[in-house]
Design a protein around this ligand. Structure first.
Ligand code: ATR
Length: 264
């Protein structure tokens, strides 16, 4: 039986096992997907288990997406550029780190019926997932990419990885077509982002990386103003889709039943 893991700290909240085990069963595979809480000093042993094929694939979540990198033999271009690994596999006896968050974001945005041509994207936050969102945004051809973060130094660090990213002071709302909440504000139902959306107007896209709760105050305020709103459920599903495809060579199905697995 093949064994797959998602590692993080904390990890209890992770819904990756529900999703992967559903697809494993659906495709009649002899495999199991589990979650494991680790500490930094467990990472070397974990990668050894992948090398020895006791573990056949690993998903990595907060706070190890960057910390795992020194233990890997090779990185994909996506993982290298974003300095972020969320999927690990063994190829020709080498442990490879890849980043499927990029594809997760790209596919989720493309699924939304929203014309992206020559559009401006405004990203809130500078945490672990933001380089992946920027990488995908560049790929999708946004005409302008802006980021804003409470701690400006962190936004500058992210900006320096890429070309042509504009920094916006935290608290300011520039003209945009698509706005992404990639901060952790909203994880608590009462969280509010202190931004003034009054001049934003309608027919924009408000996208929240958070999917639990399913409608954050950020999405509520976008909706109230007449904008299109989406939570991060599909992004999460598509990053898992890409990892599953990489490990098993099968494209798993995404339908209402899949979406329901993530309702908690
Ligand atoms: P990490 O920084 O470890 O990658 P994350 O959860 O990916 O963590 O990122 C949290 C993001 O939410 C950061 O951009 C953080 O801003 P800071 O860099 O200033 O900490 C943002 N965030 C969290 N709480 C916030 C708050 N109360 N107001 C504004 N931004 C907040």
């Amino acid at each position: 039986m093949k064994r797959y893991l998602v590692i993080g700290n904390p990890i209890n909240h992770s819904l990756s096992p529900e999703l992967h085990n559903h697809w494993i069963k659906q495709n009649g595979l002899d495999a199991i997907y589990e979650k494991k809480k680790l500490n930094n000093n467990d990472l070397a042993d974990l990668i050894l288990s992948v090398k020895e094929e006791n573990i056949n694939g690993v998903n990595v979540t907060v706070p190890f997406k960057n910390a795992i990198i020194p233990y890997l033999d090779e990185l994909s271009n996506e993982a290298k550029k974003t300095r972020s690994v969320n999927t690990i596999y063994l190829k020709n006896k080498k442990v490879i780190g890849h980043n499927t968050d990029i594809e997760g974001f790209e596919k989720a945005i493309q699924k939304i019926n929203f014309n992206l041509k020559n559009k401006k994207i405004f990203i809130l936050g500078a945490g672990g997932v933001v380089p992946s969102i920027i990488y995908a945004s560049i790929k999708m051809g946004f005409s302008e990419i802006m980021i804003s973060n409470r701690t400006e130094r962190k936004a500058e660090e992210v900006k320096n990885i890429f070309n042509n990213i504009k920094l916006v002071n935290w608290g300011e709302t520039p003209d945009f077509d698509v706005i992404i909440n990639a901060t952790s504000l909203g994880l608590n139902q009462s969280d509010k982002i202190n931004l003034n959306f009054n001049k934003v107007g309608k027919n924009k896209l408000f996208y929240d990386v958070i999917y639990n709760p399913s409608e954050t105050n950020f999405l509520k305020s976008g909706k109230k103003l007449g904008n299109k709103c989406e939570n991060g459920k599909l992004m999460f599903i598509y990053q898992a889709f890409s990892a599953f495809k990489l490990w098993h060579g099968i494209e798993p199905s995404i339908n209402d039943a899949t979406l329901k697995l993530l309702d908690r």
